[in-house]
Design a protein around this ligand. Structure first.
Ligand SMILES: CC(C)(COP(=O)(O)OP(=O)(O)OC[C@H]1O[C@@H](n2cnc3c(N)ncnc32)[C@H](O)[C@@H]1OP(=O)(O)O)[C@@H](O)C(=O)NCCC(=O)NCCS
Length: 169
């Protein structure tokens, strides 16, 4: 695939118009069966509820958009329960053909900035130990390794460890 002009893809806060396209993007990455905690997207209805709730609560969720099509996302949702809301959990993904072109970095930077502005102090995440690209991206931004859940996933006959990472912002 040819390199795109960086100007072709915009990183913007998610809005209602992008919900269906975000759902397709999420589903596409989930169906790769390697990177996310689920192997297909939740239903469109549940995804719509999730996004509308994020919008109404001003929870940081950014999407990378190319002519109306969502090609990546990053969200940092505050954890639930008294005593835990200063922590946020990061989730992200970029469509296969759009990886390695800086969109993940841009999405994460915008989401971290918004998370900081919303009062989140600690961003945490879980990543499969086999997911070298994602781990590099997080390490580059200063996330540190906090622990490892051994053989936490068994999928398609293969085990994977889950690495716990966090960043104070
Ligand atoms: C992880 C992911 C979101 C990164 O998005 P991206 O747009 O490819 O990231 P960028 O192009 O901004 O690259 C950021 C860094 O990732 C690392 N990286 C990217 N591609 C890489 C590769 N093929 N091998 C090793 N590291 C790689 C590099 O450190 C890179 O920084 P650099 O270019 O300065 O060296 C993307 O690979 C993805 O969607 N993966 C599948 C879903 C996923 O893993 N989600 C996270 C679950 S925890």
């Amino acid at each position: 695939m040819s390199q795109r002009d960086a100007g072709d893809v915009q990183v913007v806060p998610i809005s209602e118009e992008y919900i269906e396209s975000f759902h397709k993007c999420l589903d596409s990455v989930a169906r790769e069966r390697r990177y996310l905690g689920f192997i297909k997207a939740p239903s469109l209805e549940l995804t719509r509820e999730f996004v509308l709730s994020n919008i109404s609560k001003k929870i940081p969720q950014y999407v990378a958009v190319e002519v109306g099509r969502v090609v990546g996302w990053c969200d940092i949702a505050p954890n639930k329960g008294e005593g835990f809301t200063h922590c946020g959990t990061l989730g992200m993904g970029v469509l296969h053909d759009y990886r390695g072109q800086g969109y993940g970095t841009r999405l994460m930077e915008d989401a971290i900035l918004a998370a900081k502005e919303s009062g989140i102090e600690r961003v945490e995440l879980e990543v499969y130990d086999s997911n070298v690209q994602a781990i590099r991206l997080y390490e580059k931004r200063g996330f540190v390794h906090e622990g490892l859940k051994k053989k936490a996933r068994k999928l398609d006959g293969k085990y994977d460890d889950i690495l716990l990472m966090a960043l104070f912002i």
